[in-house]
Design a protein around this ligand. Structure first.
Ligand code: FES
Length: 180
C-alpha cells in the first residue's frame, strides 16, 4: 500500500549496530511544509544518546508535539498523535517498528505508516473499510445499537503517519519542521 520511496540512506552492510541513522520513510507521507522549498529548516530536537534503540521520546516545539522513535530501521519523527484519536503514542509501547497506542490498543507501523491492528473501537481504516468494535476471541460480537455514538465510531477514520525529515549532525537529532 505504501510507495517505499526512500528518503534516507541505508547503512553499509554489516553496520547494524553502528551510528544512529535516519530511517527511510514513504516519500508520499512526508508532512506538508517540511521541504526546503517550503522554507522548512532543520532544528536540533534531541541528543542521539537520549534516544537509544527501542525507545521513544516526545519533544514539543510550540504547539507541535513530535514523536521521536528509534526502531531497528533507524530514527523516525512523526506527530505524537495517534492516527486514530490523537492520543500520545510516546506513552505507548514500541516493538520493532510497531507502536501500540495506550488508549485503544491500535497498532501502527512507524516504518511504513500503515495501521497493523485497528483500534478496539473499530472505525474506518485509511482505505475506507469499516471495522466493527473489537470483541475478545470466543465472545459474541458487541452489539452496536443505532445512534450517534455508533455512527461516530463508524466514521472515525484512522490516518497514516506524516513524517518529518530527520538528519543526524554531530550527535544531535535534527528534524525539519514546518515554518510558523
Ligand atoms: S487513540 Fe490510539 S487507538 Fe485510539
Amino acid at each position: 500500500m505504501s510507495d517505499q520511496t526512500e528518503h534516507a540512506p541505508s547503512p553499509p552492510a554489516g553496520d547494524a549496530a553502528a551510528e544512529p541513522r535516519p530511517a527511510p520513510y514513504p516519500g508520499q507521507l512526508q508532512a506538508p511544509g517540511t521541504s526546503a522549498d517550503a522554507g522548512a529548516s532543520f532544528e536540533p530536537l534531541l541528543a542521539t544518546a537520549d534516544l537509544p534503540p527501542g525507545s521513544m521520546r516526545r519533544v514539543t516545539r510550540g504547539d507541535l508535539d513530535v514523536l521521536l522513535a528509534h526502531p531497528p530501521a533507524g530514527i523516525v519523527a512523526v506527530d505524537d498523535r495517534c492516527p486514530h484519536m490523537a492520543a500520545p503514542l510516546s506513552l505507548g509501547e514500541l516493538d520493532g517498528c510497531v507502536v501500540t497506542c495506550p488508549l485503544h490498543a491500535g497498532r501502527f507501523d512507524l516504518c511504513t505508516g500503515d495501521p497493523v491492528r485497528m483500534p478496539t473501537t473499530g472505525g474506518l481504516d485509511p482505505d475506507g473499510v469499516v471495522h466493527p468494535t473489537w470483541t475478545p476471541p470466543g465472545r459474541e460480537p458487541k452489539p452496536d445499537p443505532p445512534g450517534v455514538k455508533t455512527e461516530t465510531r463508524r466514521l472515525t477514520r484512522v490516518r497514516r503517519f506524516r513524517y518529518y525529515p530527520v538528519r543526524i549532525v554531530e550527535g544531535r537529532i535534527e528534524v525539519a519542521l514546518p515554518v510558523g
